[in-house]
Design a protein around this ligand. Sequence first.
Ligand code: CA2
Length: 146
Amino acid sequence: MSKTIFILNGPNLNLLGKRQPEIYGADTLDDVETRCRALATSLGFQIELFQSNHEGVIIDTIQRAREEAAAIVINPGAFTHTSVAILDALNAYDGLVFECHISNVHKRESFRHHSFVSGRADGVMAGFGVEGYELCVRRACSLLSK
Ligand code: CA2
């Protein structure tokens, strides 16, 4: 079984730590990658972190995960609330899926309350800041080690 976990990030998450720190915090995506990699390595796994502003690229990466990753941690960004295509790609993936939102989407505008991804996810994280990514990686490693 693959020991790789893909961490996928959708549109605008390349701006993490650079804009709107009051909502998304001061850590960058590079910081998230460093911490998730250290955690995964300590638990005997490896991570690959991706970010794209393009829906098709995210779908291509989910399809690649079918061959290369035992779990996906995904923050689809705004595509969470719009993309049936990302849901279809995740439904074609057999491994574990964790949905991770930095902010508590349920405390925000009503259009952020619905997620197309949640119905496929094995777990959903929202409002734990960027620590949520590490919690998802920890859970994935725990389930994959059983
Ligand atoms: O809370 C989350 O993680 C979100 O997935 C973030 C998305 C938003 O559309 C979702 O409703 C909730 C937005 C990502 C934008 O990321 C930025 C980060 C820093 C500065 C500006 C945008």
